[in-house]
Design a protein around this ligand. Structure first.
Ligand code: FAD
Ligand code: NAD
Length: 459
């Protein structure tokens, strides 16, 4: 039987478009079906627009501290962000990147179908009134905001999700953020720097659960110093007329704000695919996949947020490449235990691998090394010595189990550990690798040396 295409990808986010390009480069006849905008959530309403807004907020904060760097002649009190101009910049940055993706899709001779796809059978979808047949399918339909049924909404609320919060043309004077995960904390930092009075309500004892709590604790302290209020172990129960009601330590409390941001997670977007009827198995709303991204139907793969494993853009892209390689007979498995994760605060957080608590819970015998940024020359030059590098190493063999870093440029430095862990390098190899001076990266081998009591710039 001849199909219209060798591989058809459903969804053009960082998972789907990367998979389509990779498949085209393998010489496959490729179709990409996207119903809204190429680039998906990441380029249009996630990674890129948030970081564009954060760049301006952080720059404003630096300008206000220009005097600390010997710069005179700036009226720091008058400096402010013009939201209309900021939003115009966001639109331009997004349009440039989406335009780039369009060019890549066209240049790789991928057929782009701008429609919503739904399965007819394991080798056929319907999209925009036409039937498309394909030898293989890769589902990359992403995720959407989770609106929790356990938080009742009553009265008239200015309720935002990250999608609306990115489009604000005026800064609300106060914001209550439900959820102290990545979205909650990045928006808390952004809105606080832009002038909002921010309160974060988090159910758990620590913010950003995937980060080692010693590191997230340092970030929380800094955010508090900047003026953000955290209400930890607060269970939000309802929102009524812009007042958020929550339980804390057995007591009922509330906070009123001009706007309320809901940030309690995202759920895989799999409705409307008709995937159940062709035998694809689910875990809740997530499509079940194995380490090679295969679903329960042999010719159908699922990558990115839709499989609910790790909801990060770089994971979606990597899974896309792995799925295509598997289809092309070059099987390679995903390693979810060494995925870098970055949080764009100021300074930044970057982590990979196990936290100290998780390593102990696994019964590992570990050594922990810490190096505080106060001992790092480049951080002092940058004017910000808050932060730490914390490493978790297997006590016997020096296997790198995890690194959690809070400091300037941390997100650009975690890749070193990603490479090291993929190459199964040990602590010794990081220590023996020459790191340039002056850089914040010098704090990494120092932390590994500290695990063995050998750090140089530490008593
Ligand atoms: P998506 O990007 O969601 O793309 C899926 C695409 O599929 C969409 O374009 C959609 O229109 C299309 N689609 C859905 N159903 C169909 C259908 N039936 N037919 C046709 N097309 C369909 N991750 C990071 O790594 N770093 C960050 O800094 C970061 N920041 C974020 C900030 C915010 C505010 C948010 C919300 C997310 C952020 N993320 C970040 C997460 C990141 O955006 C996602 O992990 C990533 O976009 C997932 O990629 P994906 O390809 O799986 O899905
Ligand atoms: P999340 O799962 O990271 O955090 C949600 C938080 O809400 C949790 O800490 C949870 O304890 C809390 N919560 C749940 N119910 C609550 C209640 N009733 N009251 C108070 N708090 C409650 O989800 P998110 O922050 O919405 O982010 C969604 C996804 O987007 C994540 O998977 C993340 O990986 C991705 N993302 C990544 C980045 C980045 O990489 N920089 C940025 C933004 C988003």
């Amino acid at each position: 039987m001849t199909y219209d295409y060798d591989i058809t990808v459903i969804g053009g986010g960082p998972g789907g478009y990367v998979a389509a390009i990779r498949a085209a480069k393998e010489g496959k006849r490729v179709c990409l079906v996207e119903r809204e905008h190429l680039g998906g959530v990441c380029l249009n309403e996630g990674c890129i627009p948030t970081k564009t807004l954060l760049k301006s907020a952080n720059l404003l904060s630096e300008i206000r501290h220009a005097g600390d760097f010997g710069i005179v002649g700036i009226d720091a009190g008058a400096a402010r962000v013009d939201m209309t101009k900021l939003q115009a910049r966001r639109t331009k940055v997004v349009a440039t990147l989406v335009g780039g993706v369009k060019g890549l899709v066209r240049g790789n001779k991928i057929t782009l179908v701008e429609a919503s796809a739904s399965f007819v059978d394991a080798h056929t979808i319907e999209a925009g009134g036409t039937r498309i047949t394909s030898d293989y399918f890769i589902i990359a339909t992403g995720s959407e905001v989770f609106m929790p049924p356990f938080i009742a909404l009553e009265g008239k609320n200015t309720l935002l999700s990250s999608r609306e919060a990115l489009l604000l043309d005026a800064v609300p004077s106060s914001v209550a953020i439900i959820g102290g995960g990545v979205i909650g904390v990045e928006f808390a930092s952004l809105l606080n720097k832009l002038g909002s009075k921010v309160t974060v309500l988090e159910l758990l004892p620590d913010i950003m659960p995937m980060v080692d709590r010693e590191v997230s604790g340092l970030a929380k302290k800094r955010l508090e110093k900047d003026g953000i209020v955290f209400r930890m172990q607060a269970r939000v129960t309802s929102v009524k007329d812009n007042t958020v009601f929550y339980e804390l330590g057995g007591k009922a409390e509330s906070v009123r704000a001009d706007a309320v941001l809901m940030a309690v997670g995202r759920v895989p977007r799999t409705d409307g695919l008709n995937a159940e009827t062709i035998g694809i198995e689910f875990d809740g709303k997530a499509i079940r996949t194995d380490a090679r991204l295969r679903t329960s139907v042999p010719n159908i793969y699922c990558i990115g947020d839709a499989n609910g494993k790790v909801m990060l853009a770089h994971v979606a892209s990597h899974e896309g490449i792995m799925a295509v390689e598997d289809i092309c007979g070059k099987p390679a498995a995903m390693h979810y235990d060494r995925v870098p994760s970055c949080i764009y605060l100021d300074p930044e957080i970057a982590c990979i691998g196990l936290t100290e608590d998780a390593a102990k819970a696994e019964g590992r015998e570990i050594k922990v090394g810490r190096f505080a940024m106060v001992g790092n020359g480049k951080s002092l030059v940058e004017g910000d010595t808050d932060g730490i590098v914390k490493v978790i190493v297997d006590a016997k063999f020096g296997e790198i189990l995890g690194m959690h870093m809070y400091g300037k440029h941390a997100t650009d430095m975690v890749s070193e550990l990603s490479v090291a862990m993929t190459a199964e390098a040990t602590a010794d190899e990081i220590i023996e690798s020459i790191h340039p001076h002056p850089t914040v990266s010098e704090a990494i081998p120092e932390a590994f040396m500290a695990a063995y009591g050998r750090a140089i710039h530490l008593l």
